[in-house]
Ligand binder design. Sequence first.
Ligand code: ADP
Length: 379
Amino acid sequence: MNQVLVLNSGSSSIKYQLLDMADRRRLAVGAVERIGESAGSVSDHAAGMDVVLGELEGHLDRSALAAVGHRVVHGGDRFRGPTRIDDEVCATIKELIPLAPLHNPANLTLIEAARKAFPDTPQVAVFDTAFHQTLPVPAYTYAVPAEWRDDLGVRRYGFHGTSHQYVSRRAAELLGRRPEEVNVIVLHLGNGASACAVRQGRSVDTSMGMTPLEGLVMGTRSGDLDPAVSAYIARRTSQDAEETDRVLNKASGMLALGGSNDMRDITRGADAGDEGATLALDVYCYRIRKYIGAYLAVLGRIDALVFTAGVGENSPVVRAGAVAGLEHLGIAISPKRNAAESKEERYISPYWAQTAVLVVPTDEEIEIADQALTLVGGG
Ligand code: ADP
């Protein structure tokens, strides 16, 4: 029993990986995209599951399948770790739909389809929010009325937890220490982006909030914003709250400032002297720097600052911009190490720096597979 199937469904996609955990090898990797978007495409996540099963033929050995691991976006304050899925767990994920109206329904449909496809295999939910359930009360509390907090669940939950957990643990291993011995700041910079302050292996603050909109500037999301902007836009235009929410999530961030949500385009544009792209890059890096400062204050001292995900792993320009001027706080990078292209875990700080600056490629699938296998007793 050494195979684990990891399923990760977005609102219109399913990504899957079949892993052999005996040697941590990928047996099959794929995605079904544009689900439900047009006539002729895969109609829903249940139909998408059939496509996945077809593609797994020849790779999947049902008798060796120890678990199916599901990435679930929102676990609210109900799930603190990986959870064996049963009817009750499904009902709770359903109750949490108001907090994640696009993602949790897609996750649920896929869970139901996978339970039908593999009735005898344990299914495990791994929540994006779970790692951040250790946030102390002052870090997760918004200063809003009690009814909002108590009855409507308005608080910071945080996301990218699986990535922050994996990357902070790898960083400790790279330093030759145990996670309980180190403090690290993780910068997960992908299409979505978030920062996380990790004290001795536990998340103590993170930049995404009740939803994944808060915090850093992202590909198409604004990140931090005065909450009064929404009402202001409603008064000044005909946009209602739903439309403003869509704009802040899908039509803001790098796309709004620099004309593309892809950091490669932005970097090229800035190199060529494009004003929008330059502004986008400056705002993006400035926001990260501000969070580094905040989390240094939260943690007191750090052993490592870690970059991960598409932008963090591949953009020397962003890494340099994010830590520019932080030398007096013990944070610096070596231009030569930073510029070197690599897919490996690595140091980019100079030998004399007090604080290690690392690049650690994230691997949410292997983390989900590990957690699922450990939970079902096969790890
Ligand atoms: P997701 O959040 O969807 O998992 P990723 O972590 O894969 O996304 O990050 C995707 C983003 O990474 C792309 O939109 C792009 O901006 C950025 N990216 C990928 N490769 C590079 C590169 N070589 N240089 C700069 N940015 C890159």
